[in-house]
Write a protein that binds this ligand. Structure first.
Ligand code: COA
Length: 110
């Protein structure tokens, strides 16, 4: 499993001599691959008030480039909320007859 994250740094930190005093980082997006199955991209998400700023595209591209470096010739996006986002960002196309995919049922906590 691999995951890229996007963070925003809190720039309000006052410099000090303590090496552990680094600016706080707030998670605003993530993109994973090789999670549900090898060669599959997903899931990904960008915090609502950070969407439409290119973060999703950057995370997607970082992940797909990493998958290529690892030897994958193709990547399958396991589930999408918007075909348009992936088509626009990387020219992804829908695999015919690929519904239902592998993401079926629910994992619940008791
Ligand atoms: C889908 C998602 C990851 C996109 O992240 P993002 O940071 O907003 O994407 P970008 O800013 O890089 O978008 C680039 C382009 O993709 C298109 N796009 C982005 N989100 C879209 C959506 N929901 N529907 C249609 N097109 C979309 C737009 O054309 C956008 O360009 P524009 O800003 O000029 O309109 C984000 O909307 C999200 O987290 N959604 C909820 C979770 C989810 O659906 N995850 C994916 C399935 S696991």
């Amino acid at each position: 499993m691999s995951c890229y994250i996007a963070v925003v740094k809190n720039q309000a930190l006052v410099p000090s001599d303590n090496p552990y005093d680094l600016p706080d980082e707030v998670l605003v997006g993530f993109a994973c691959y090789d999670v549900a199955s090898k060669g599959m991209f997903g899931a990904m998400g960008v915090k609502e008030n950070y969407q439409r700023q290119g973060i999703g595209t950057a995370l997607l591209l970082a992940s797909l480039h990493a998958m290529k470096e690892e030897g994958y010739a193709y990547a399958v996006i396991g589930w999408v909320s918007s075909v348009d986002f992936y088509a626009h960002a990387v020219g992804a196309t829908v695999i015919p007859d690929s519904e239902p995919g592998i993401f079926r049922g629910k994992l619940v906590t008791l």
